[in-house]
Design a protein around this ligand. Structure first.
Ligand code: NAD
Ligand code: WQD
Length: 338
C-alpha cells in the first residue's frame, strides 16, 4: 500500500514509518515539525535503506493536503499528527482543539475529495478517564478529564459519524496506553522538547545527568507500593499494531476500536527498578505530591486486538527500559547532534 503518515517525524510516527517500509509499504510523510526534527528522516533511511516522500506541511493547510493527495496515489492514512501535552492543553485549549480537531476535519475532507476512505487514528487511553474498573475494555465509558483527551474523544466521535454517513469508510481507532522504548538500533527514539512530562523520558534524562532526580508523583495511591500503575507498551510493538490495523481496514469497510497495551500494569517504582536493572545506572528520586488528574491505575484488556488483529505486544519492561536507555545514552541531546 501507499500510506500517508501524518505526524511522521514524531516519536510513534517515526517508528511506524520504519515498520511500514520494512514490510514493503510505500510511505508519504507529512509533518509541520512543530514537535519533531527533520533529522529523523535520515535515520529512517539509514535503518530501512528506503526513503519516505516527505512534505513539511501543516494538516490545517487544505491546499497543501490537497496537493499531497493529488501527487500520490494514497491507499490509506495513518493519522498521528496532533499536539499531545496535557498541561499545555489545559493552558491553551483553543490551540489544541484547533490543531487536533480542525486538523482532522481538514484531513478527512481532503481524503473524501480524493476518494481515500481508509484511516488509522491515534487515539489514547486518556479517553477513558479515571474512575472505571480495570482492565479497561473498549466498551468502558469515555470520560476524558482534560482538553487533550477531549480532542481524542471528539475525533473518535467525528470518525464514527463519518462512517455512519458513508459506509464505504474503513476506520481503526487505536487507543494507546503508555508508549515507551525506542528502536533497538538506538537510532530513533523519543526526543521531547524541554522538561519531559512523561515518566520514561524523565527517568532517562536523570540517567544521563540532564536532570538531578525524579519526582515520583505521589506514593499514597491505592496500589501495592502506593505509586501510580500504568500499562507501558514498547513503541515498536505499537508500530506493528498499526500494520495489523491497516491490514484490517484494507480487508473491507467498517469502524473498529482497539486498545493497544500489554494488559499488565507496573508502578512508578517498579519502572524505576526495571530501568536501573537494564541500564546499571541508579536513579535518584524523591516522593512528591500527586499530579492533578492522575489516576491510581490504568491498564487494558488487549484481547480484542489479539483476536481481531492477530496482534499482541511481545516486548516486556526489561526490553522497554533497555531500548529507552540505548537511545538516550547514544543520543544524549536527542536528534540535535544530527
Ligand atoms: P509527537 O509529538 O512526537 O508526534 C506528533 C507529530 O505531529 C509531531 O512530529 C508534530 O510535529 C506533528 N504535528 C502536530 N500537529 C501537526 C499539524 N497540524 N500538521 C502537521 N504535523 C503536525 O507525539 P507521539 O508521541 O508520536 O504521538 C503520536 C500520536 O499518538 C498523537 O496523536 C498523540 O496524541 C497520540 N498518542 C500519544 C501517546 C504518547 O504517550 N506518546 C499516547 C496516546 C496517544
Ligand atoms: C506515568 C506515571 C505519573 C512523571 C500521559 C497522558 C496520556 C498519554 C500518555 C497521550 C504516572 C508518574 C510521571 C514524573 C511520575 N498521552 N510520573 N513522575 O500520565 O499515564 O499518561 O501520557 O495520549 O494522555 O496523560 O503517563 O508518563 O506522564 O505518567 O511519578 O516525572 O508516572 O504520576 O503514575 P500518564 P506519564
Amino acid at each position: 500500500m501507499m500510506v500517508l503518515v501524518t505526524g511522521a517525524t514524531g516519536y510513534i510516527g517515526a517508528h511506524t514509518c520504519v515498520e511500514l517500509l520494512a514490510a514493503g509499504h510505500d510511505v508519504v510523510a507529512v509533518d509541520n515539525l512543530a514537535n519533531s526534527k527533520v533529522q529523523v528522516l535520515s535515520r529512517i533511511r539509514e535503518l530501512t535503506g528506503r526513503d519516505v516522500r516527505f512534505y513539511e506541511a501543516d494538516i490545517l493547510d487544505g491546499g497543501q493536503v490537497d496537493r499531497i493527495f493529488g501527487e500520490n496515489a494514497i491507499d490509506a492514512v495513518v493519522h498521528f499528527a496532533a499536539l499531545k501535552s496535557v498541561p499545555e492543553s489545559v493552558a491553551e485549549p483553543l490551540r489544541y482543539y484547533h490543531n487536533n480537531v480542525t486538523g482532522t476535519l481538514n484531513l478527512c475532507a481532503r481524503m473524501a475529495r480524493h476518494g481515500v476512505r481508509r484511516i488509522v487514528f491515534s487515539s489514547s487511553a486518556t479517553v477513558y478517564g479515571a474512575s472505571v474498573t480495570m482492565p479497561l475494555t473498549e466498551d468502558a465509558p469515555l470520560a476524558p478529564v482534560n482538553p487533550y483527551g477531549r480532542t481524542k474523544e471528539m475525533i473518535e466521535r467525528i470518525l464514527r459519524d463519518v462512517y455512519e454517513s458513508d459506509n464505504a469508510w474503513s476506520v481503526a481507532l487505536l487507543r494507546y496506553f503508555n508508549p515507551v522504548g525506542a528502536h533497538p538500533s538506538g537510532r530513533i527514539g523519543e526526543d521531547p522538547n524541554g522538561v519531559p512530562g512523561n515518566l520514561m523520558p524523565y527517568i532517562t534524562q536523570v540517567a544521563v545527568g540532564k536532570r538531578q532526580e525524579l519526582v515520583v508523583f505521589g506514593d499514597d495511591f491505592e496500589t501495592d507500593d502506593g505509586t501510580g500503575v500504568r500499562d507501558y507498551i514498547h513503541v515498536v510493538d505499537l508500530a506493528t499494531g498499526h500494520l495489523k490495523a491497516l491490514d484490517r481496514i484494507a480487508a473491507g469497510p467498517g469502524i473498529h476500536t482497539y486498545n493497544l497495551g500489554t494488559g499488565t500494569g507496573y508502578s512508578v517504582l517498579e519502572m524505576v527498578r526495571a530501568f536501573e536493572r537494564a541500564s546499571g545506572v541508579s536513579i535518584p528520586y524523591r516522593i512528591g505530591g500527586r499530579r492533578p488528574g492522575d489516576a491510581a491505575v490504568s491498564y487494558c484488556d488487549p484481547t480484542k486486538a489479539r483476536t481481531e488483529l492477530a496482534w499482541t505486544a511481545t516486548r516486556g519492561i526489561d526490553e522497554m527500559c533497555l531500548d529507552s536507555w540505548r537511545w538516550q545514552s547514544q543520543n544524549p541531546r536527542g536528534y540535535e547532534a544530527g
